[in-house]
Design a protein around this ligand. Sequence first.
Ligand code: PHE
Length: 366
Amino acid sequence: MNEAIPQLTSYDEPSLEAAFATLSEEVRTTDATDPEAFRLHWLGRKQGRLKLISEAWLKSAPAEARKPLGIRFNQLKQQIEQALESPVSAPAKSEQQGIDITLPGTVRAPGIPHPLLKTMHEIVSVFHHLGYSTNLGPQVESDFYNFEALNFPPNHPARDTQDTLQIAAQHTRPSRDRLLMRTHTSPVQIRTMIAQAPPIRIVIPGKVHRNDAADATHSPIFHQVEGLCVDTNITFSDLKGTLDHAMKALFGSAVKTRFFPSFFPFTEPSADVQISCIFCGGKGCRKCKHSGWIELLGCGMVDPAVFASVTEERRKLNPSDDAYNPEKITGFAFGMGVERIAMIQHGISDIGHFYSGDVRFLEQFA
Ligand code: PHE
C-alpha cells in the first residue's frame, strides 16, 4: 500500500475540510484485519502515511495555516488510534472494495410467458376445470394418424385443405407410414383412443404445420388446442354446452355462441362455432366484417368411421376389443387456433407479431 501523497494546493477552511474528510474516509476503509500492518501503514515512524502527508502539507503551508493543520492531523491520529483499539469496527469487506451497498442494484426484468403460451394455458385450464387432462403428440406424424385414421382416405380432396411438408425419402414406405409435419392436433385423438378405453376427456395443445402463405392472419406454423370427449351417452348438446361454457370463460359471460353446419372427415355432424363479436357486442363492426359474429373453431360428433379405425388398431393387440363400439359409446371433438384466439383477446391485427421476438411487442404482456 504505497499510495501517492495527496496534493493540497489551497489552505483555506473549505479546502482543509474536504482534504481531511477524504483522509478520514481513507482511514475508515483501510483494511484493519491485521492491526500491525494497519499501524505501520498509518503511523510508521519513517514511512507512515500520516507522517509523509503531514510533512508534505506542513512544509509549504503559510504560517497562519499551521495551527488548523496541526489540529486536524491530531484528530486524524486519534481516529487511527481508535481504529487500532477497537478492530471490531473494521469496515465490511464490500466497503473495503469500494462497493457502495446502498446503491440500487442492477434490475434484471423477470421473464414472462409468451402471449401465445399464456393463451394456450388459459384455454387448457378452462378444460382442466371441467375434468379434462392434457395429452401431447409428435409434430412429425405418420400419414395414418394425421389423415387415414381420421377418415381422410388417400387421394381424398379433403387432404388438399391441409397440405403440408413431407419428410424426405419416404416413398418406398407404405403410404400409411409416410412421415409428414402434422397439419392439426387431431392425430392425438387417435393416439389417445388406441392407448386408452373410454371414458376419455382430454385437451391437446400443440404446434401444427400447413402449406399456407404467411399473411396478417396466416402462418405456416401455428398452434391449436384440440379436445376429445368419449363416453356413454355423449350428445351434441353436451358439445354445445361445453363449448358455450369455454367461450364464456375465455371471452366473458356476455358472449353468445352459435353453431353452423360444416364439414370435417372425422366428425359427423360437424359444425363451425361462432361467438358474438366481442368488439361491438354483436351490432356489427369492421372486426366482424359487419356480421356481429366471429368464427372461432371447428367441432363435431366423432364419426363412427374414426371409432372403426381405432378398433382395428386396438384389435391388433386384443382381438376381442370392443371399447369403441359406436353402439355403446359416442363422443365429440373440437379444435381451435390459439393465435386467432390470442389476437381477438388482445386486439392484435398481425399474426407475425407473435413470432418476431420484438421485445416492444412482448413486454406489453408483462
Ligand atoms: N382438426 C380440425 C382443423 O384443424 C379442427 C377440428 C378438430 C374439427 C376436432 C373438428 C373436431 O381444422
